[in-house]
Design a protein around this ligand. Structure first.
Ligand code: GN1
Ligand code: MG
Length: 346
């Protein structure tokens, strides 16, 4: 386990002698610990600067949104970072940024969606968050990851990896490469959305997996967490990533393709939870793009995993040889299964 430098603990007025620490969470990007001490429980995180070159931008976004919610929706439960002894939202030490959040007592997170009720609650939380921020000026937000969900760019990066990637991996991925090229039409629809005035740019979370929702003891949603990718964006990003990660009972790591199925009741729960919370915020046209949202995000993730595999895992890393290939095959299967159910779901 990675050790927390004493300087970091001191900056948050924590004492090593009065502390239990454990690695926490399952994210691929940042490192997270849960800390317990006499002051209470906390979540400490380092920000991966290979991915997020400007951690200050993330902190500024969180502060701005937190301030807006405090003024306009004081009853919304918003997890604010603990300030350092210098009154900052992050501590910089030996080339790393650290931030600390209070652990929300009585809350729990889920790693997988088991029931339609959970999917509904999750979707409601993300919809509610965007809705509460509909009056917030999105120009105040930094783009913490420019072009994060730019599908055209992800497709170009995939094409580039077919030229400059690992030649033996390219050779072994022939079938999957062809499958992804076959679905290129999903990119064209995205490009038509970009110029369509019916699609609004709103405050978008961009990482709506279920573990980013905190639930209370009666399994009602409390709030959303992990605001690293909070940026102006399209609703298809948030709805799509819920579809991608909630519809199937197994995760993107699953190797057994027979376990990849689409749960219709969960699909409906996402649509109704999100639409309920957003209310008249969504345009008539946007409401017709829930199914597309799922295609959009699953396809993008399949492209990203295969691209990373061809580029020797330089972005996501790999827990074992071929990990990103497995993830890509999994997402391609999920996309195919989704499309099979298109007429039923739409
Ligand atoms: C990354 O670290 P985590 O799991 O929250 C990635 C997402 C992917 C996800 C796939 C900044 O998120 O876009 O959907 O992995 N985040 C970034 O597991 O690239
Ligand atoms: Mg995340």
């Amino acid at each position: 386990m990675e050790l927390i430098p004493i300087e970091v603990l001191r900056s948050f007025e924590l004492d090593l002698n009065d502390l239990e620490q454990q690695s926490f969470g399952a994210g691929l990007i940042n490192h997270t610990w849960k800390l317990s001490c006499s002051k209470g429980d906390f979540i400490l995180q380092t920000i991966n600067q290979n991915v997020f070159p400007e951690p200050e931008a993330i902190a500024s976004n969180i502060d701005a949104v937190g301030e807006y919610l405090l003024q306009n929706s004081p009853n919304y439960f918003f997890v604010r970072p603990v300030q350092t002894t210098d009154g900052k939202s992050m501590f910089y030490f030996e080339n790393k940024y650290y931030r600390l959040f209070p652990f929300v007592h009585g809350s729990h997170a889920k790693l997988v969606v088991d029931t339609a009720a959970e999917a509904f609650e999750g979707a409601k939380q993300f919809g509610n968050f965007t809705k509460l921020l509909s009056g917030f000026n999105t120009q105040q937000l930094y783009e913490t990851l420019p072009d994060f969900h730019n599908l055209s760019l992800r497709y170009h990066q995939f094409e580039a990896s077919l030229i400059s990637g690992d030649s033996s991996r390219i050779h072994q991925s022939k079938k999957e490469i062809e499958q992804l090229i076959k679905h290129k039409g999903i990119v064209a629809v995205y490009e038509s959305i970009l110029t369509d005035k019916e699609f609004k740019r709103r405050v978008t979370h961009h990482d709506t997996k279920i573990s980013n929702v905190l639930f209370d003891a009666s399994n009602k949603g409390i709030c959303v967490i992990d605001l690293d990718t909070l940026m102006p964006g399209l609703f298809i990003s948030d709805v799509g990533d819920m579809m991608r990660t909630y519809l199937c009972p197994v995760s993107e790591e699953e190797k057994d393709l027979n376990k990849i199925v689409i749960r219709t009741d969960i699909y409906q729960a996402i649509v109704s939870g999100y639409a309920d919370a957003m209310g008249d915020e969504l345009s008539t046209k946007e409401k017709q793009y829930f199914f597309y949202a799922a295609q959009f995000m699953i396809y993008m993730q399949a492209l990203r995993f295969l691209t990373d595999h061809l580029n020797n895992d330089r972005y996501y890393g790999a827990k074992y040889e071929g990990n990103n290939f497995v993830r890509a095959i999994n997402q391609i299967q999920l996309l195919e299964k989704l499309i099979e159910k298109k007429s039923l779901l739409q």
